[in-house]
Design a protein around this ligand. Structure first.
Ligand code: G3P
Length: 219
């Protein structure tokens, strides 16, 4: 499964890259706004740090404007993937941009049939939001499972990206469900390392080793 960071913050992205684990980055208007720099500058800076798919989202809401915005975002760097919302105009823009060879990540997906429309429009990636469904007591992971099943039924090449990931369990279940990608905040990526028995085991190993050789060296 590919691991993406769900942030526009360069410090977090750099820290993730240092683990050697980050395959890409997803941004949205909220995370870009948080960094306070024009989207072109921020996305170009991210492309210089991560050699992978970098999703940049349009903010207009008509197909004609989204297509123009998408073409401009795609010109920033070959690794840019244009993000379009799963609304009627967004699907029109997805079809047009995909037909021009521009890769599109269709975002704000909450149902399997929405995901079917995106695949038929030629989406490169679909982004179902797990956490936001869980927030309203709907099992977000069922959405991932159903989309993977439908895409496999018909051989759609669209990649399933688990988005709105909040916990390590989301990452585990997305991998078990066969999601191609999981995008997560840096905090969640960092939590994936942790297990108390790993820490306890390492401490015991080091203590045993030190005790044995310290005695020999002192002796
Ligand atoms: O890219 C979508 C993702 O950022 C949304 O996450 O946690 O705000 O639901 P969240």
């Amino acid at each position: 499964m590919r691991i993406f960071l769900d942030t526009a913050n360069l410090k977090e992205i750099q820290a993730g890259v240092e683990y050697g684990l980050v395959d890409g980055v997803t941004t949205n208007p909220t995370t870009i706004a948080k960094e306070g720099r024009p989207i072109e500058e921020q996305i170009r800076a991210i492309c210089n740090v991560v050699d992978g798919d970098i999703s940049a989202e349009v903010v207009s809401t008509t197909a004609r404007e989204m297509i123009a915005e998408g073409q401009a975002l795609a010109r920033i760097h070959p690794n840019v993937v244009v993000k379009c919302p799963l609304i009627r105009e967004g699907i029109k823009a997805t079809f047009a941009l995909s037909s021009q060879g521009i890769r599109v990540n269709v975002t704000l997906c909450f149902t399997p049939v929405q995901a079917l429309l995106a695949a038929k429009a030629g989406a490169y990636i679909i982004s179902p939001f797990i956490g936001r469904l869980d927030d309203i007591a709907i099992n977000g992971m069922d959405l991932i499972r159903n989309i993977v099943k439908i895409y496999n039924n018909y051989g759609y090449p669209t990649k399933v990206l688990a988005a709105s990931v909040r916990t390590p369990i989301h990452v585990l279940e997305a991998a078990l469900a066969g999601a191609h990608i999981a995008t997560m905040p840096f905090k969640v990526l960092d939590m994936l390392f942790h297990h108390p028995l790993t820490d306890k085991g390492l401490a015991a190993f080091l203590a045993d080793y030190q005790k044995a050789f310290q005695e020999t060296t002192v002796g």
